[in-house]
Design a protein around this ligand. Sequence first.
Ligand SMILES: NC(=O)C1=CN([C@@H]2O[C@H](COP(=O)(O)OP(=O)(O)OC[C@H]3O[C@@H](n4cnc5c(N)ncnc54)[C@H](O)[C@@H]3O)[C@@H](O)[C@H]2O)[C@@H](O)CC1
Ligand SMILES: Nc1ncnc2c1ncn2[C@@H]1O[C@H](COP(=O)(O)OP(=O)(O)O)[C@@H](O)[C@H]1O
Length: 607
Amino acid sequence: MKNFTNLSPIKNTKPIALYSSEQIYAMEQAWFAQGYDSFGLMQQAAWQMAQQIELLYEQKCLNANHSANTNVYHRTERLRRVSVWVGKGNNGGDGWLIAHYLQQAGWQVEVIAVGFDKNDFVIDDKSVTSNSKHSDSSNITDATKALQIALSANCHYQRFEEIHSSHNESEKMALLAEIYIDALFGIGLDRAPEGIYKEAISAFNRTTQQQNALAVAVDIPSGLVASTGAVFDRIAVQADVTLCLIARKFGLHNKDGTDYSGDIIDIPLIPYQTARPHKISDKNAKQNTIEAFEPVAILRTAAQSMKPRRQNSYKGSYGHALIIGGNRVDGSQGMGGAAILSASSTMATGAGKITVACHEAFHGALLTSLPDAMTINLHDADGLKALIEQASVVAIGMGLGRDEKAKALFIDYIQTAIAHEKSIVIDADGLYHLASLQMDSHELVTELREHSINHRVCLTPHSGEAARLLDQKISEVESDRLRAIKQCAAVYGGDWVLKGAGSLVLEQKSGRARVYVCDAGNVGMATAGMGDILSGVIAGLLAQQDLAAESYSLPQAVLIHGFAGDVLVNQNSDCHSENRLMIGQRGLQAQDMPAAIRHVMQLVMVD
Ligand SMILES: NC(=O)C1=CN([C@@H]2O[C@H](COP(=O)(O)OP(=O)(O)OC[C@H]3O[C@@H](n4cnc5c(N)ncnc54)[C@H](O)[C@@H]3O)[C@@H](O)[C@H]2O)[C@@H](O)CC1
Ligand SMILES: Nc1ncnc2c1ncn2[C@@H]1O[C@H](COP(=O)(O)OP(=O)(O)O)[C@@H](O)[C@H]1O
């Protein structure tokens, strides 16, 4: 659940580099290649996590005492109990060592071992005392070594299989604890947890919820795929806190990741986490050159500040945005609202002037809600093409319609925009037509791609639209959104937003594509018309050419849109007056957004 307590669009936080699990393994390998010990790294990881767990426990006690208004010193008399759930991989190895270190620190520890055979618990002194630098060489894995160390230290354990097969509910309650540690799976999860693993994850979640205990995930919540943020069949540990080892995983911030990870605490561990030895192809190159790991994406949690406008300027200084959409196909009710919403957010973002090209049937409604806009008939091709020539940016597709007539208009208007070297935003039905044109091998797709090399072309699909553009199933796109957005950019050129929880933004600059995850927005925005609002924000920023490049960037637009949604939902938490209107996650409407966008535009302004 998103925390709205510290809502500020400009925060003093740096963007965070995000990596795939393959890259994290490569970072580890680079570290070991320099002679460092893999088991030493596991010990260090576990030791630092144990310390964090102690801090989390103290914080939990302080909070509990604070709310109960009791003396904080009572906490020292409490029995500190931890239940550590371990799997068979290295993530489980971390768990065994955490149990060992916490027991040394005086905690009452119970390890719940999942997927283990009874024979796994025979103490083998050799593995504990093994000094081999890399455990592989002695055929003893790091995880086994960790288990043996915990056993030798008399850490109490139970096999989950035994607890689970018991019909006695109280026996099923593995251990009453204040903190539960999830060390079942880490970045090595490569398939859906089934059988006993599925049962263990459900039992972990059930127990932590029943005990109102703190659930702490080691590295990543078990069940969450580190490289994609996917969760198989909703089977994943619901963590309150994730202790993220080595480097931030992309999956913690995309798709299901945000729902399952809780607060994230970084434990970087190795100084070279973002570098690996350079492959020496040039014999003259220095031996010790290092090559940075290119993150798969950058997490942006804050918008760029914007400078105030020059006093000596006028509406023409802030661009003319042309919104094309809002059609009414003969006999239908039409989609005028899409263009109206888009236009109202364009204006709220600060465009100097706007014209809306929509079906004439909607002109009255448009002018009633947005008298600042100029209007033109969507089907007046000559008039509209003349306007495209004058516009600073053309946003097309919101409620344009999917019939053949609309497709012909789309082709005509996009070709005109390209001919006049305009910035273009394509959304909704525009993306539908673009996908058809790609299937027809229509020349417009190539023209648009070429145009995008030197001009801004922004395309904003949700997963369904992206699937059509790529001729894939929605599930295929959803299973790896990072791959999908890159494929979109490779096929069509331009800059992209793949909308959804943790919207992805791909920007191409100087032939280099960079992907961003925008950490603003909330589930209240999953309502009709929110996408139209986004296309309007993008058009509104692109129109204002007085802005510095980073201020009209695509991540900036997505962040402003997301923060506006967050501002609206946040009214819930700081609402003291009963008379004040509350807008929460349920019932948030796209039409609420322009006022919130104006508010965010003031918050990002600096002197
Ligand atoms: N020694 C090291 O290099 C370090 C490793 N670390 C830990 O090691 C973790 C990665 O360890 P591993 O690579 O062993 O990966 P995991 O501990 O995630 O486990 C992978 C094992 O589980 C199996 N598996 C995957 N999905 C399964 C499923 N659905 N059902 C049943 N079995 C499944 C795999 O076949 C593999 O045997 C990290 O997340 C981190 O916690 C940290 O200790 C840092 C240092
Ligand atoms: N769960 C969510 N978290 C954050 N943002 C969301 C969420 N659901 C939707 N949004 C945002 O709301 C907008 C919805 O766009 P879209 O699906 O195109 O709506 P429409 O087609 O009705 O206009 C996108 O910008 C999307 O990122």
